[in-house]
Design a protein around this ligand. Sequence first.
Ligand SMILES: [Zn+2]
Ligand SMILES: [Zn+2]
Length: 331
Amino acid sequence: MERRCDICQENEAIYTDYSRGVSLCTNCLKSSIRRRAWAVLENELQEGDKIVVAHSGGKDSSLALYITKEFIDTHPDMKLNLVSLTIDEGTFYRKASIELAKKLAEKLGIRYIVFTMEDIHGISIEDIKVNIPKNWRRSVCTYCGVLRRQAINAVARELGASVVITGHNLDDIVQTSLMNIARGDVNALVKTLRHERRIEEGLIPRIRPLKYVYEREIAALVIALGIPAHLGKCPFTQGMRIGIRRVIDELEDEASGSKIRALRSFYLITRSIRPRVEIKRCKVCGEPTTADLCKACQFKLELSDFFGKDLLKPPSFEKASSEKEWIWSNR
Ligand SMILES: [Zn+2]
Ligand SMILES: [Zn+2]
């Protein structure tokens, strides 16, 4: 027998929230997620923002795009502009999700743009996977994270965006925070959790509207609404994140609500700490960094040996400058 929604008592329930002990229908789950996401957007977006959504085609960024579009449509006075950006890492995994990303952007009537990792960094993640030795101390996932993050920031900046929206959910942020703690990297922890819009030259502020939303809530809603999105996890996830994810999931199973309480605690702990970092410019590529060489250039230098060629050159943004005008023009 189908279960009724505990909120509206009307529709069929599709999701159970164990921490509150309630089952929700599609409408009530959507309202609940939208309430949390919009609170973040209301707090952090500013009038006239040019928003780039880092849209991989996965469920999280697809829902972030969907919810942000609804926010924009219902807040015309804020004069917000939105584009969807995919960074194609060149992996087999990305191919399917790019098609889905394009489909969703079209459906929502949003400008859509793809940059390949090769366009920007001169190498793809597939190349890295093939060229690094077995049992190398760094995983493909580590290279991908750094190169992708830098690519998103740099493309958004070159496109003239004022803010980047990402699909990071509650699970992601708690995992990353605990990884920072396990590594003893308090500066990284503060950077992970800072939420105020800071103006640091070259760094585009980031907003994570789904930061208080569980990954499983996102999956349930994306399926229920039929939003075109890739539902799988990245097959390249490796290293510490896997163990941390398992620990946090077990904790949540034993004590519902642990993830949200952990995130609130991390925010409280780090609120009064200022990161001890000075933003400089990378000597090779000019991107913002805290060292002489940015992480992406450090990695490219290290990978050059395996590739048998010099990979250390500034990223290229020709495509970004040529698309700039079109991307923000009124349709
Ligand atoms: Zn309901
Ligand atoms: Zn650099």
